[in-house]
Design a protein around this ligand. Structure first.
Ligand code: C5P
Length: 409
């Protein structure tokens, strides 16, 4: 927690935040902010100007964030263009303390050090928190430069009045961690439509053991679930992905590997309490071996093997009955070979879902493992949306576009 022990806004949890530190005395306060954000689950990376390193050591920031700190454009190791890497990576960027000098350089569009270059390369919203001597703060060039930045969509956090390092009393103090976090949170809210939301996604086909080395499984690749998780994270949500499949994970997603339907249910029961949305893209087994052999079944001793399969309880239907799940918007998937919409509608009702995405597994161009999907999305409120063939990532965003306005405020 920061020194003023204010709660961290939900929007910042799980977010990728770049803290750009310039050479002001208040730089030491940003160490505390970086620590508080990291403890709250944000992924924080810091870049510092050369002057900033005269006030605070890069090692302090590295220590509290657990990430390498950029102190120049020519990092000995790490990405070739560190400013482009950080600009791409960050979902939101804070420049603090912003000195009169760096404000002027940013306003002119300079990019001759790691901080100014990262700002120019940033893709997310930018918050600037000035801190300087009261006389410098009151000067026209500083105020004009800040107006320029505001005009470009930058959020400027007004400095506080009070005791200044120079011994003067006046405007120019860096606001406390709570004000900086609030400014970051509102910048995030205005850019990302799922900021502050918690989305739980399942992906892949479950593997139901026969013995210690064999399982009953299915062809689900997990690509659709991974696409939904990535899209939700890109839109600012905190995302938990409960998955049997493994693909490169999008940064910031909390990946929970599982194997069986039972393990998936256990994770979901834990996660459902704080969730706003559940997207059940996983192909959960319908049947599993009724008994699991303790030891590997040996071919030499088993001329013929019959598997006795029992039904797997419906996870999403069971979850829907839990008290914690009542406020969660639950989306299921239905893979069907015929009568797509009719069968999906029946499933949505039976499983108590708010929506269902039905896709046609008889089509060769969108089958299991493909990067594309197509189908129809039905809502419990009666709405029907066709989803023409598109990439799974495009469909993930389309699904979230349709779910977002239906979430409670
Ligand atoms: O009944 P069907 O398997 O077609 O339903 C698919 C939907 O139900 C998916 O969202 C899937 O994740 C979910 N499901 C489940 N538990 C099962 C089987 C399916 O939650 N045992």
């Amino acid at each position: 927690m920061p020194l003023d022990s204010s709660p961290i806004p939900d929007e910042l949890k799980g977010l990728r935040i770049a803290l750009l530190v310039a050479g002001g005395i208040a730089a030491y306060k940003i160490v505390d902010l970086a620590s508080a954000l990291t403890q709250a689950g944000a992924d924080v990376r810091v870049a510092m100007t050369a002057s900033a390193t005269r006030f605070v050591g890069a090692a302090s920031f590295q220590g509290v964030t657990g990430n390498p700190v950029l102190t120049g454009l020519w990092a000995a190791d790490g990405p070739a263009e560190p400013h482009v890497f950080l600009g791409d990576w960050a979902q939101v960027t804070l420049l603090a303390p912003a000195t009169a000098n760096i404000i002027s350089r940013v306003a002119r569009g300079q990019s001759d050090d790691i901080v100014t270059a990262t700002l120019l390369a940033s893709r997310g919203p930018v918050v600037v928190a000035p801190a300087m001597n009261d006389a410098m703060w009151s000067k026209a060039p500083v105020q004009e430069n800040l107006s320029t930045l505001r005009g470009r969509g930058v959020t400027v956090v007004e400095p506080e009045s009070g005791h200044l390092a120079s011994g003067h009393v006046g405007a120019g103090r860096l606001p406390g961690a709570a004000a900086l976090m609030d400014a970051l949170a509102s910048a995030v809210r205005s850019r990302y439509d799922l900021a502050g939301r918690c989305v739980v996604v399942t992906a892949g086909g479950t593997r139901e053991p026969i013995d210690p080395v064999r399982f009953v499984g299915n062809y689900s690749s997990g690509k659709m679930g991974f696409a939904v998780a990535a899209a939700a994270a890109d839109r600012g949500a905190r995302v938990t992905l409960v998955t049997t499949a493994m693909h490169p994970a999008h940064p910031g997603i909390d990946v929970r590997p599982v194997e069986t339907a039972d393990e998936m249910l256990e994770e979901l029961k834990r996660e459902i309490a704080g969730a706003d949305v559940l997207v059940m893209a996983a192909a959960v087994a319908d049947f599993r071996p009724a008994r699991v052999a303790d030891n590997k079944i040996r071919r030499e001793e088993t001329p013929r093997l019959s598997l006795d399969l029992e039904q797997v309880p419906d996870l999403v239907a069971a979850l829907g009955k839990e008290k914690d799940a009542q406020k969660v918007f639950r989306v299921g998937f239905a893979a069907e070979g015929s009568d797509l919409a009719a069968k999906a509608l029946e499933k949505m009702k039976k499983k108590g879902l708010q929506a269902i995405v039905a896709n046609d597994i008889s089509r060769k161009d969108i089958a299991f493992g493909s990067d594309h999907n197509a189908g129809v999305m039905l809502f419990a409120d009666g709405t029907r949306e066709d989803l023409p063939r598109m990439t799974k990532r495009e469909m993930a965003d389309r699904i979230l576009d349709l779910v977002r306005p239906r979430l409670n405020s």
